[in-house]
Write a protein that binds this ligand. Structure first.
Ligand SMILES: Cc1cc2nc3c(=O)[nH]c(=O)nc-3n(C[C@H](O)[C@H](O)[C@H](O)COP(=O)(O)OP(=O)(O)OC[C@H]3O[C@@H](n4cnc5c(N)ncnc54)[C@H](O)[C@@H]3O)c2cc1C
Length: 568
C-alpha cells in the first residue's frame, strides 16, 4: 500500500534510502541537551569516534565493502506454474498476484546478518516465486485450501524483519513458494473501550496502531527496535518483546484472542477476560511462526496512554552489583517498565563513541567517582504521575542500597532519542568490512551469570584470530521475578573469503554454550530456520512430536512455512 514504506532490500530503512524515519524524527524534535550524541562522520558514513575505537578494539582494518547494486542481484525465474497463477488470480484478483522482480526481491528472507550478507552479495535464492496479497480471513482460508491442492508452499509475510531465518521459504520437497503478504489486512476493526480491547488486522504496524489509539487516549505500548516496519501478526507469530515489556508484558501477554486460518479450517482462539475451558489453544498459535496457518485477526489488550514517562540513567561499579540490584527490584515487584543494564563492554563503547559536551561531562563525573565506565543502567517508568513517583522513589532506594549512583534524566532522554537508530548504523558498519550481529537468550537469576560467561567465551573463542578479536557487548533487556533476558551485540573483522561460515561457526558455538549453561534458545527472536536444529534440546523429542501432530492435523500437506520451527 502506498502509505506503508517498504524496507530496503539490502539493509534497514525505507526502500532506496538510508535515513532513519522515526529515529530522525525523534532526533529532530528532541531538545538539544548534548548528551551521548554520535560523534561526527569520518567521511565513510561511520561516526569518527566509533571508527577509531573499533579499529583499535577489533584489530579491524576499515575498508569499503559496498553491496552489489540491487539491479545485479541474481533472481531465478519464478517456478509458479501458469495454472496455479491463474487459480490465484481467480481467487484474489490480478492486482493481488505479483511475480515481478521488485515484488519477489522485496520478499526475499528477513534481516539477519546472514540475510543481509546474501542480499549484499547479490544472492536472492530465498526469494518466493510469487507474492500474494489477500484482503480477509475468507480469502486467506480459500488460498490455503488452494495451495494445499496445488502443492504450493505458503510463507506468511508481515514486515519481513525476522532475524532467525523465519522467511527462508525452504522446502525439503522443493515445491513452488508464495509469500502471503498481509499488508491489505492492516486496519483497526473494532475498539471496545470499556474492555480495553482493540481488534486489528495482522498486517498493521505499530506506529499506525498507536496513532489510531491515541484518539481515545489509549496505547498498546509494544515497542521493539523493529517497530517502524514489523507487524502485529508478526509479533504474535514470533512472541516478540518490546522495550517496555518488563512493564507492559511481552506481546504474547497482550494478545487476548486471535483468528488462525489453517488449511483445515479457521480457528477462533482466546476468550477474554479469562477461561478455564481446557488447555489454552491460543498458546499454540503464539510463536507458531506461520507453520500452522496465517493469523488473520488479533484482539489486543490496550491501556491508557501514560501521563508521565520518566527515563533516567544509573551507574554501577560492576555487572554483578547491577544484576544483584535488579534481582532485588524484581523480588519486591519494583522493576521499572524499561530496564536496560549494560555490561562493562557495552557501557565503555557507548560512552566512548559518544560526542558532545554532555558526554564529556558524564565521563568526567564517572571518573571523579572512581567508576571508570562501570555498568550503565537505563530505567523508565510510565503511567499515572502519582504511581510513577511512588514506584520510582521506592526503586531508587533499592538501587542506591545496591551501590548505584544516579546519572540523571539526560541519559534517559538520550536513550529514548537513539533507541531506533542501531539498525541504521549496522548498515554503515556492514559497508566497511565488519561482522555485526545480535543474539539473545534468558535465564533464571541463578543461571544468568553462568550463561553470560559461557556465551561470551564461546563467541570470543570462535571469532578470535591472529591480530583480531571480537567485541561482545551485552545488556539485560527485560526483567522478570524469576530471571532476565540477555541481549548480545557482536562486532568483529569480517572474514572476506568465508563470511557466512565465520558467523555460522560462532553462532553454533554460542548456541551450544548458552543452552549448556541453562539459557533458553531464544527469549524473543523466535526459532525460524536458524534455531530449529536446537529446538528438541529445549522442549524435548516428545515436545517436538506434539507440535508435529498438531501441524499434521491443521496442515496435512505440510505447506505452511515448512522450513522453520520444527527440526527436519
Ligand atoms: C533491526 C531489528 C530489530 C529488532 N528488534 C526486535 C525487538 O526489539 N524485539 C523483538 O521481539 N524482535 C525484534 N526483531 C525481530 C523481528 O522484528 C520480530 O521477530 C518481529 O516480531 C517480526 O515481525 P514481522 O512482522 O516483521 O514478521 P516477519 O519477519 O514478516 O515474519 C516473522 C515470522 O512470523 C511469520 N508470520 C508473520 N506474520 C504472520 C501472520 N500474520 N500469521 C502467521 N505467521 C506470520 C512469518 O512466516 C515468519 O516465520 C528485530 C529485527 C530487526 C531486523
Amino acid at each position: 500500500m502506498a502509505d506503508l514504506p517498504e524496507l530496503t532490500v539490502q539493509g534497514w530503512g525505507p526502500s532506496g534510502d538510508r535515513v532513519a524515519t522515526v529515529a530522525a524524527r525523534e532526533g529532530a524534535t528532541a531538545p538539544d541537551d548534548g548528551v551521548l550524541e554520535l560523534a561526527p562522520d569520518s567521511g565513510d558514513g561511520l561516526p569518527r569516534a566509533a571508527r577509531a575505537l573499533l579499529a583499535r578494539e577489533l584489530g579491524w582494518t576499515p575498508r569499503p565493502t559496498p553491496p552489489v547494486p540491487v539491479r545485479d542481484i541474481r533472481l531465478a525465474p519464478s517456478r509458479l506454474p501458469a495454472d496455479a497463477r491463474a487459480r490465484f488470480v481467480a481467487l484474489l484478483g490480478e492486482d493481488a498476484v505479483l511475480d515481478d522482480r521488485h515484488a519477489r526481491l522485496g520478499h526475499a528472507g528477513g534481516k539477519s546478518y546472514l540475510d543481509l550478507l546474501r542480499r549484499r552479495g547479490g544472492d536472492a535464492s530465498d526469494a518466493p516465486d510469487a507474492v500474494l496479497l489477500p484482503d480477509g480471513t475468507e480469502q486467506v482460508a480459500a488460498l490455503l485450501r488452494t495451495c494445499g491442492e496445488l502443492g504450493v508452499v505458503v510463507v506468511p509475510f508481515g514486515g519481513g524483519t525476522s532475524v532467525v531465518g523465519g522467511l527462508a521459504g525452504t522446502d525439503a520437497d522443493d515445491r513452488p513458494v508464495v509469500a502471503v503478504d498481509l499488508r491489505r489486512m492492516a486496519g483497526v476493526r473494532g475498539l471496545d473501550v470499556p474492555s480495553a480491547l482493540v481488534t486489528v488486522g495482522p498486517g498493521m504496524r505499530g506506529p499506525a496502531l498507536e496513532e489510531a489509539l491515541a484518539a481515545d487516549g489509549l496505547t498498546l505500548g509494544h515497542l521493539p527496535q523493529s517497530w517502524e516496519f514489523a507487524t502485529l501478526g508478526g509479533y504474535a507469530a514470533t512472541r516478540s518483546a518490546g522495550q517496555s515489556s518488563t512493564g507492559v508484558g511481552r506481546f504474547d501477554d497482550l494478545v487476548a484472542g486471535l483468528t488462525l486460518a489453517t488449511p483445515s479450517g479457521v480457528l477462533e482462539l482466546g476468550n477474554p477476560p479469562a477461561s478455564a475451558a481446557g488447555p489454552d489453544l491460543l498458546g499454540l498459535a503464539l510463536g507458531s511462526e506461520g507453520t500452522l496457518g496465517v493469523i488473520t485477526e488479533l484482539r489486543l489488550r490496550v491501556r491508557p496512554r501514560p501521563r508521565s514517562s520518566q527515563y533516567e540513567g544509573w551507574s554501577f561499579r560492576s555487572w554483578a552489583a547491577g544484576l544483584a540490584a535488579l534481582q532485588r527490584l524484581a523480588r519486591h515487584d519494583l522493576l521499572p517498565d524499561v530496564v536496560r543494564l549494560s555490561d562493562p563492554d557495552e557501557t565503555r563503547v557507548s560512552l566512548r563513541q559518544s560526542g558532545g559536551l554532555g558526554a564529556r561531562v558524564l565521563r568526567g563525573t564517572l571518573r571523579a567517582r572512581r567508576r571508570g565506565a562501570g555498568c550503565l543502567l537505563v530505567v523508565g517508568w510510565e503511567g499515572l504521575p502519582t504511581i510513577v513517583r511512588a514506584r520510582r522513589s521506592a526503586a531508587s532506594s533499592v538501587l542506591r542500597d545496591g551501590g548505584a549512583v544516579r546519572l540523571g534524566s539526560r541519559v534517559g532522554r538520550s536513550w529514548v532519542r537513539h533507541r531506533f537508530a542501531a539498525p541504521y548504523l549496522r548498515d554503515r558498519l556492514l559497508d566497511n568490512g565488519l561482522l555485526v550481529e545480535t543474539l539473545e537468550t534468558a535465564a533464571t537469576w541463578s543461571a544468568l551469570p553462568g550463561v553470560y560467561d559461557a556465551v561470551r567465551r564461546a563467541l570470543r573463542g570462535a571469532l578470535t584470530g591472529p591480530g583480531r578479536r571480537p567485541l561482545v557487548m551485552t545488556h539485560v533487556s527485560h526483567g522478570y521475578p524469576t530471571g532476565a533476558s540477555l541481549y548480545l551485540t557482536v562486532l568483529a573483522d569480517r572474514d572476506d573469503d568465508l563470511p557466512i561460515q565465520q558467523w555460522l561457526t560462532a553462532k553454533r558455538a554460542a548456541t551450544d554454550a548458552l543452552l549448556a549453561a541453562g539459557g533458553t534458545l531464544t527469549h524473543h527472536h523466535g526459532v525460524g530456520a536458524d534455531h530449529r536444529p536446537w529446538l528438541a534440546q529445549e522442549i524435548g523429542p516428545l515436545g517436538v512430536d506434539v507440535l508435529r501432530s498438531v501441524k499434521q492435523r491443521l496442515d496435512p500437506q505440510g505447506i505452511c512455512n515448512p522450513g522453520v520451527l520444527l527440526p527436519d
